[in-house]
Write a protein that binds this ligand. Structure first.
Ligand code: ATP
Length: 231
C-alpha cells in the first residue's frame, strides 16, 4: 500500500530523518518505535507532505511528491496527530464534520458509525472538544480521521498521557479497525503495546532505521527488550 524509499526530512539545517526506507502492506499493522526525538513524528508528517522531505513515497501507486496534504487525505491517507489536536472551541460533532470535509454525502452514516464505535462521544456530541478528558479527546481525534474513510490510518503516539485502562481501550480499537480492513501505521513510545498488536515493526534511532522485523520476533530480541521494553 505504501512504499517509502530513501526518505529524508529536514528542518533547516537539521536532518531529522536520514534516508530511511520501509513498506506498509495492505491489511497489516506496521509500527515505528523509538525514543524521543528519533524521527517518528517527522516520518509520519512526511507521508502527508507536512514537512520538507526528499525521497520517494508511493501510496497505492501514486507518487505523492507534488500533492497537497488534503489531496492525499482524499486519496485515502489519514493522520491522528500527536497530542490529538482536536478543535477545542468546536463541539464533538463539529470536529467530526470537519473530518468529513471530503465526504459530505456519507457524513450522517459515518457519524453514526463513530458513535457506535465510541458511545461516549455520542453522549457528548454537543460538548466542546476542549472539555473532553484525554481519552475522549483521543477517541474524537481517531473518529475525526476515520470520517475521511481512509485506507491507511496513521496514529502518532495514541497512548500518550492516557491512563492504562484507556490505553488498552485505544489499542483494542486499533485491532478492531484492522479487522474492518483499515491498514495501520502506528508510531509509539509504548513499544510493548505497539509490538503486541503489530505485524511488522521498524525501530528508529537518530533518524535511521536501526532494526526491523516481525513484531513478535522483535519482542523476543535482547537489544529491543533492554532498550525499548525495559525488560
Ligand atoms: P517525539 O516522541 O518526541 O515526538 P519523534 O521520534 O517523533 O519524537 P520527531 O518529533 O520527528 O521525533 O523529531 C526528530 C528530530 O527533529 C528531533 O531532534 C527534533 O528536535 C527535531 N525537530 C522536530 N520538529 C522540528 C521543528 N519543527 N524544527 C526543528 N527541529 C525539529
Amino acid at each position: 500500500m505504501l512504499s517509502v524509499k530513501n526518505l529524508s526530512v529536514y528542518y533547516g539545517l537539521i536532518q531529522a530523518v536520514k534516508n530511511i526506507s520501509f513498506e506498509v502492506k495492505t491489511g497489516q499493522i506496521i509500527s515505528l518505535i523509538g525514543s524521543n526525538g528519533a524521527g517518528k513524528t517527522s516520518t509520519l508528517n512526511a507521508m502527508l507532505n507536512l514537512v520538507k522531505r526528499k525521497g520517494e513515497i508511493n501510496f497505492l501507486g501514486y507518487d505523492t511528491k507534488r500533492h497537497l496534504p488534503h489531496t492525499l487525505v482524499q486519496k485515502g491517507i489519514a493522520l491522528v496527530p500527536e497530542g490529538r489536536r482536536v478543535f477545542i472551541n468546536l463541539s464533538v460533532e463539529e470536529n467530526l464534520k470537519i473530518g468529513a470535509f471530503n465526504n459530505d454525502e456519507n457524513y450522517e452514516h459515518l457519524k453514526e458509525q463513530m458513535y457506535k464505535l465510541f458511545p461516549r462521544l455520542k453522549n457528548k456530541k454537543n460538548s466542546l472538544a476542549g472539555n473532553l478528558s484525554g481519552g475522549e479527546a483521543q477517541m474524537l481525534a481517531i473518529s475525526r480521521a476515520l470520517m475521511s474513510e481512509p485506507k491507511l490510518l496513521m496514529l502518532d503516539e495514541p497512548s500518550l498521557g492516557l491512563a492504562p485502562k484507556i490505553v488498552s481501550e485505544v489499542f483494542e480499537i486499533i485491532i478492531k479497525l484492522k479487522e474492518e480492513g483499515i491498514t495501520i501505521l502506528l508510531v509509539e513510545q509504548n513499544a510493548f503495546s505497539a509490538l503486541k498488536i503489530s505485524d511488522y515493526a521498524y525501530v528508529l534511532e537518530n533518524g535511521e532505521i536501526s532494526m526491523q522485523g516481525v513484531a513478535k520476533e522483535l519482542i523476543g530480541d535482547d537489544k529491543v527488550r533492554k532498550k525499548y521494553l525495559g525488560l
